[in-house]
Structure formats: C-alpha cells, structure tokens
Ligand binder design. Structure first.
Ligand SMILES: N[C@@H](CCC(=O)N[C@@H](CS)C(=O)NCC(=O)O)C(=O)O
Length: 202
C-alpha cells in the first residue's frame, strides 16, 4: 500500500495517522499537490493529495473516502468512524466541521501564496480565518480535559481531524490556539504524544 502525499498536508496527515492507528503497514511517496503536479495527476486527475494506491493497483482519492475504506477493511469493531447510528453521525459532524476548517485555512493560504501582492484581498483572508476560528471554537466546547478523546472514549476521526485542523490553524494561519482555544490546543498536544501522531510528524 502506497500513500501519496506529504504529511504537512492536513488531509494526507489525517490518512497517515489513521493508517498508523489501525496498524496498517504502508509506504509513502512524499509528493506535494503544487510542487509535483504531473506526478500527483498520474494518481489523481485533479492533482490533489492524498491518494492511496492499493497493492492490486487500485487508487483511492480523497481523505474521507480513503478513511472509509481503511475502516471497512481494517477497523474491525473499532473503526475510526462508527458504522451506524447516532455515534456515526456525531463523529461525521465533527469531521465535517474540522475538514471544512482545513479547506478554509488552505483557501486563505493559497490566496496568500498564489496572488500577486498588489491583488491580495485581505478581507477574504480574514473571512477564511474567522470561519476557521469559529469551527475550532465549536469543537473546543466539546473537549473534556479529563477524557482522553473527544467522544466514545476512544480515538475517532473527531480527534484526528481536530488535530490536523488545530495544527493548520496554529502553524499555517498563526491562530493563537493556546489562548483562543486552550482546551483544543491541550488536546492536540496530548494526541501529538501518541505513537500514531508522533510517527507521522512531518
Ligand atoms: N477533499 C480532499 C482535499 C484534498 C486537498 O485539498 N489537498 C491539498 C493539499 S492539503 C492539495 O492537494 N492541494 C492542491 C490543489 O488543490 O491544487 C481530501 O479530503 O483529500
């Protein structure tokens, strides 16, 4: 199994953490969506990471679809997204908020990195950052400092996506999460010590 993508991408890191947490052996080719466009397009016509190439050559794209496959094949009775019911809906809700926050954070970063200085439109960047903040604050409200995980008493995509979104906000958008979302910040720092998170640090 071959993971295509660099772990500084929140979506690739999400998949890498999931692979490690489920104990799946894999190799990784560290390609970036912008820096290695042609090679990435050979795996995903859209030119985005992550992609996951299975041993029989089938290629999966989009972190949500990849995680879904990993849960189905390797998740057993502890998939990172519960199989059905209210628990599944609750985890998917947090994952949607957090992957959406990543998308808004990346939009701000792309605008900053790919727009000529004289055309930079700061209100757009500020609006994206405000959406990211609002999403993080909503998940902050779910953190119980005494509990190891956000929900179900075990690691789920709620934690994994919250972790990658908090990091993108902190390191990519200079959001002071320690001050603005201290519970989530502490939760992310705690998760960072777990093997699946530590071993996938970019
Ligand atoms: N919905 C996709 C988003 C993937 C995505 O946006 N990847 C970024 C890197 S973090 C990328 O490849 N960007 C290059 C581009 O959009 O051209 C997923 O969950 O995998």
């Amino acid at each position: 199994m071959l993971l295509i993508g660099v772990n500084r991408s929140p979506y690739t890191r999400r998949v890498a953490i999931t692979l490690a947490a489920l104990g799946v052996a894999y190799e990784q080719r560290c390609l970036s969506g912008f820096g290695n466009r042609d090679e990435v397009r050979r795996h995903n016509p859209l030119g985005r990471i992550p992609a996951l190439v299975l041993d029989d050559g089938e290629t999966l794209i989009d972190s949500g679809a990849i995680v879904d496959f990993l849960d189905e094949r390797y998740g057993g009775d502890r998939p990172t997204v519960p199989k059905a019911g209210a628990e599944r809906r609750a985890v998917l809700r947090v994952a949607a908020i957090m992957t959406g926050a990543c998308a808004k954070g990346l939009q701000a970063a792309y605008h900053r990195n790919h727009t000529p200085v004289e055309k930079l439109h700061q209100p757009w960047v500020d609006d994206c950052r405000a959406q990211v903040r609002s999403a993080l604050v909503a998940v902050e409200a779910m953190v119980d400092p005494a509990a190891p995980y956000l929900m179900l008493g075990r690691l789920t995509q709620a934690d994994i996506t919250a972790f990658v979104a908090e990091r993108l906000a902190r390191f990519g958008l200079n959001v002071d999460t320690a001050t603005e979302m201290p519970g989530l910040h502490a939760h992310a720092r705690k998760l960072a010590e777990e093997p699946a998170f530590r071993s996938t640090e970019p």
